[in-house]
Ligand binder design. Structure first.
Ligand code: ZN
Length: 263
């Protein structure tokens, strides 16, 4: 079994629709959190038991994908210390995580000097498309997305061959298409309906049309659009993506669940 649950999908900050970027992969035996955007801990606790969480994977360290890491670390330590789980992050971001800990660590509490470092077992992910990580029976690899900080597109594979891929934040680039190759579900950012060259190819984002093109190039089976700058763009974004992608296109509405392989 492999299911994708959308906890939050908004770019930049939570809205009344839900948190910023955070997703769950649900297996028969546990839950994996992909991105820890603001609002993710609250949304998770409303629907799931903390004891079911097997690991956290952060695609990149922009705040809308990672700000709640500190909230997760505090909760992982207090009032009771929970069993350590892995925290996967793009290679090269160890210092930035340490800086986060330096700001919010609590010198008078021995278990919270470095809340993230002490709560989770940090695992750097080389974005080489080759190195395989494993958690809760899922294997996954990380690919070099094009973004203003090290950004990891992700490809998760279940033992039965089902695949869920995430673009992370990215411009249009070959490694992300490779991550999404024939994926049952491809969760792809579509920050804009229209944007200028700097936003798309400099900073690194996609329009909904580009997300559709990328899904078509990857031969993905089901495209799930996420990370809209404005939820008001959901319907237009879906229309734009279908200009290029002939398979099913869904919107990552918070609370929705997509079984992998059952598009
Ligand atoms: Zn970003």
């Amino acid at each position: 079994m492999l299911e994708l649950e959308i906890l939050g999908s908004n770019a930049t900050a939570p809205t009344r629709e839900g948190p910023a970027s955070c997703y769950l992969l649900r297996t028969a035996t546990g839950v994996l959190l992909v991105d820890a955007g603001p609002g993710s801990l609250l949304a998770y606790c409303a629907r799931h038991d903390l004891a079911d969480l097997r690991g956290i994977v952060v695609t990149h360290l922009h705040a809308d994908h990672s700000l709640d890491l500190m909230a997760w670390a505090y909760r992982w330590t207090f009032p009771e210390k929970l069993a350590q789980i892995p925290l996967f992050h793009p290679e090269g971001e160890t210092e930035r995580l340490a800086a986060f800990d330096a700001v919010f660590g609590i010198p008078t509490l021995p278990t919270m000097h470095r809340p993230i470092g002490q709560s989770f077992r940090a695992v750097p992910m080389p974005r080489d498309g080759v190195t395989v990580h494993e958690v809760d029976g899922l294997s996954f690899r990380s690919f070099a997305a094009h973004h203003s900080v090290p950004s990891a597109a992700l490809r998760f594979e279940a033992p039965d061959g089902r695949v869920v891929a995430f673009s992370s934040d990215t411009g249009y680039c070959a490694p992300v298409a490779e991550a999404a190759r024939e994926a049952d579900l491809f969760v792809c950012e579509s920050t804009y309906l229209e944007a200028d060259e700097q936003a798309l190819h400099g900073h690194g984002h996609l329009t909904a049309r580009m997300a559709g093109r990328l899904a078509a190039e990857a031969d993905a089976r089901h495209l799930v659009l996420t990370h809209f700058a404005d939820p008001a763009d959901w319907d237009a974004g879906r229309e734009h993506a279908t200009e290029h992608f002939t398979g099913p296109v869904s919107i990552a509405v918070p609370g929705s669940v997509f079984p992998a392989g059952a598009a």
